[in-house]
Design a protein around this ligand. Sequence first.
Ligand SMILES: O=C(CO)[C@H](O)[C@H](O)COP(=O)(O)O
Length: 152
Amino acid sequence: MAEKWKVALGCDEAAYDMKQVLVAHIESLGYDVEDFGTHDAKPVLYPDVALEVAQAVSEGRVDRGVLICGTGIGVAVSANKVPGIRAAQAHDTYSAERARKSNDAQIVTMGARVIGLELAKMIAETFLSSEFSGGSSQAKVDRIAAYERDGR
Ligand SMILES: O=C(CO)[C@H](O)[C@H](O)COP(=O)(O)O
């Protein structure tokens, strides 16, 4: 990590316990963490949290995002509605690395009802320490951006 990156974390009530563990782990790796909640086990709408994190990433207020819900699906679908955001669900470290190297994803999502805490920590760590490869992947990511810009 060249500079001290700011990482946004967000979750719904299904993933509250996992989020607490990830906040501590990501801080222990030397990143600055901004915790977007939820802050207890009371039910929330996962899109509210996911959209806030995705907006913070798209506006450059944070460098990366980690979003968790029961499956990692709802927060991914929500975050990907924010223009310019590429949020990738990853439940293995290979996918977490490729999400950065191939897809230039700024947000990783996971399901607290799908994987355990130790794997979630490794996935977050792998995602945060990987970089976009560019090269042949660039045109593919550019094509996504062009669709977003031109609608075709
Ligand atoms: O995993 C999730 C969204 O993808 C959520 O954590 C959620 O608990 C599922 O809620 P529901 O089935 O009530 O929509």
